[in-house]
Write a protein that binds this ligand. Structure first.
Ligand code: UGA
Length: 429
């Protein structure tokens, strides 16, 4: 089967390489020529553990091209994996999806199955089907919704061993084709109509976001009443109806998915006169949570003017160089506006951060250099380098050892009685 992947972001490259791994011949197309050139030279445009090796190992079956006519000409199945960024009103911008589908329809020689992997509002698949198939009587297009559930940092394993493959189809033929594509994975299928498949994606991501905001609110209350949120989460998580994952309290969720998908579903509900109050609450809690450490810091300093602030971690989570919606992007501007000297360290994310802040902040080579002379330290990402560091470095290097840990990196035993002030989320020393 001749498969083309459109879009070489996280979802596109990982889907492409995993389909090549199970034996398909896959062409990955992107409008961005520089990105394609890099991939042709086996330089990964994103940081994703294991990706480079897998691309190299599957070189024979995997190609990267930036000519869409060539990419689509003989395709039997095209996976659309382009972005659906947030518009100003919170709704999803479908421009890239529609543009890509339009090009497929124009270029493909015969019947083709178009699989929408991008996260799209409910009704998009039906709409595409109507628009495309009404205009074409020579070629027939099957439109499938096949949402993606991979997480950055564990994307390959999440794809090779997915918890489920959701197929939103409106014909037995489309289901048969997709089952043929995915056969090599031997995973559980959920086969439904397109609207339900589109909804499964939003409902899943928004539920996880809700779970995080819920535990963050519980953590904020624990801070006041002296309970320990980690023990609370542990005690809750043993109940299989609750489950122990996504109950890690912190300074909120970031990334390219949860913030965008909660707002998009909320917008869609409002548009249909049906308010999603729980999702609205999750969004509001998260906005506040991202600046929780700034609020905690105000206890020690009225202003950050003239202070040296050490920031450990910039990316929205460990294992990625992605900064989208990361708490660092909320916290650092506040510190700079207030007149602080900001020193940062992140094992992978600094090059991307330099594109946003080329000169206003100091980029350090290691944790020790970042802490040197600092008046306060914010921990924003739980990188292994940070979680495993020797905490006695805080009082040793800092001018004023106040550590605000937004990701609960250290056990309370590890920091208790050490010569520094330590605050975390939902736990008291
Ligand atoms: C998320 C979903 O987990 C994937 O299933 C989904 O496919 C993907 O979005 C998507 O729609 O493409 P991802 O954004 O890569 O994946 O990252 P997660 O690991 O889910 O983390 C998201 C954010 O939640 C991070 O900022 C993380 O720090 C935060 N988080 C996660 C918590 O604060 N607490 C937790 O317990 C778990």
């Amino acid at each position: 089967m001749k498969i083309t992947i459109t879009g070489t972001g996280y979802v596109g490259i990982v889907t492409g390489v995993c389909l090549a791994e199970i034996g398909h011949t896959v062409t990955c197309y992107d409008i961005d020529k520089t990105r394609i050139k890099k991939l042709q030279d086996r330089i990964m445009p994103i940081f994703e553990p294991g990706l480079e090796e897998m691309v190299i190992n599957n070189s024979e079956r995997l190609s990267f091209i930036s000519d869409y006519k060539e990419a689509y000409r003989d395709s039997e199945v095209v996976f659309i994996c382009v972005g659906t960024p947030e518009k100003k009103d919170g709704s999803a911008n479908l421009k890239y999806v529609y543009d890509a589908v339009q090009q497929v329809v124009e270029c493909v020689k015969s019947d083709c199955t178009i699989v929408i992997k991008s996260t799209v509002p409910v009704g998009t698949g039906d709409n595409l089907d109507r628009v495309i198939n009404q205009k074409n009587d020579t070629k027939r297009f099957e439109i499938v919704n096949n949402p993606e559930f991979l997480s950055q940092g564990t994307a390959i394993n999440d794809t090779m061993n997915a918890s489920r493959i959701v197929l939103g189809v409106n014909s037995a033929k489309a289901e048969r084709i997709l089952r043929n594509v995915y056969d090599g994975f031997r995973q559980k299928y959920v086969v439904t109509d397109r609207r339900s498949a589109e909804m499964i994606k939003y409902a899943s991501n928004d539920f996880l976001a809700l779970k995080i905001s819920y535990i963050n609110e519980i953590a904020n209350l624990c801070d006041f009443i002296g309970a320990n949120v980690e023990d609370v989460a542990l005690g809750m998580g043993y109940d299989p109806r609750i489950g122990n994952r996504f109950l890690k309290a912190g300074i909120g969720y970031g990334g390219s998915c949860f913030p965008k998908d909660t707002k998009a579903l909320h917008w869609l509900a409002n548009f249909n006169d049906c308010e999603l109050k729980t999702i609205k609450a999750a969004i509001d809690v998260n906005e506040n949570q991202k600046i929780k450490l700034i609020k905690k810091a105000r206890k020690y300093y009225d202003s950050f003017r003239g202070l040296t602030v050490a920031i450990l971690g910039l990316t929205f989570k460990p294992g990625t160089d992605d900064l989208r919606e990361a708490p660092s992007l909320q916290n650092i501007p506040i510190l700079l506006e207030d007149g602080a000297r900001v020193k940062v360290f992140d094992p992978i994310g600094m090059d991307n951060f330099k594109k946003i802040y080329p000169s206003e902040i100091e980029y350090c080579n290691c944790i020790e250099e970042t802490l040197e002379d600092a008046d306060i330290c914010f921990i924003l990402t739980e990188w292994p380098e940070i979680v495993t560091m020797d905490v006695s470095k805080f009082p040793f290097y800092m001018r004023n050892p106040i550590v605000l840990d937004g990701r609960n990196c250290f056990s309370l035993e590890a920091v208790e009685g050490k010569n520094f002030i330590y605050e975390s989320i939902g736990r008291r020393v």
